[in-house]
Design a protein. Structure first.
Length: 175
């Protein structure tokens, strides 16, 4: 297994709609393993979608247990062909994304979701979750539709923030 390079905005593959997984080949298994390794190689990363590594396949990996604060979660989830079957409520919270490394934003999403997906061994997954984990899953499923969190932001001017640690330091005038 290996850590894959992450595509960043404005790479056009990030704006593409992904194909359902219909072959359960060694290549698919390899890609799932690589995506897992790639997610865990990024400190604090709680989710990744296949298109972020350039593979236009409907595969997402989520692990909300890696959040800085303890949140209700199902541990590591490998979701193949995931769909949000039902959603309710709403809240707004700050999001980041490996593909937009310099930005965070306040994004409105459903509070409660029910997800249907397949596991890597082709078993059906039915999952109900809320709040942070629901947000992460919805964010990753958005990637499969070619959507980034910027597409969900209500106001670019007030809801998008530059990450401090990526700011370019002022040029020092030599003294
Ligand atoms: Ni993302």
């Amino acid at each position: 297994m290996s850590v894959l390079p992450i595509l960043t905005y404005p790479n056009p593959l990030l704006k593409s709609i992904c194909e359902p997984v219909d072959d359960w080949s060694d290549d698919t298994e390899q890609l799932i393993g690589d995506l897992i390794d790639t997610m865990y190689a990024q400190p604090g990363c709680v989710g990744i979608a296949a298109p972020q590594a350039g593979f236009l396949k409907r595969i997402v990996i989520v692990d909300a247990s890696r959040h800085r604060q303890p949140v209700s979660n199902h541990g590591r989830l490998v979701l193949i062909n995931p769909v949000i079957e039902w959603q309710d409520g709403e809240n707004i919270a700050r999001e980041g994304c490996l593909s937009l490394p310099h930005l965070t934003a306040n994004v409105r999403r459903a509070r409660d979701v029910r997800i249907r997906a397949l596991s890597p061994d082709k078993a059906e997954i039915l999952l109900a979750t809320s709040d942070f984990e629901a947000r992460v899953i919805a964010h990753e499923i958005d990637h499969l539709e070619g959507l980034l969190f910027l597409d969900r932001v209500a106001c670019l001017k007030t809801d998008v923030f530059r990450r401090k640690r990526y700011e370019v330091p002022d040029k020092k005038i030599p003294s």
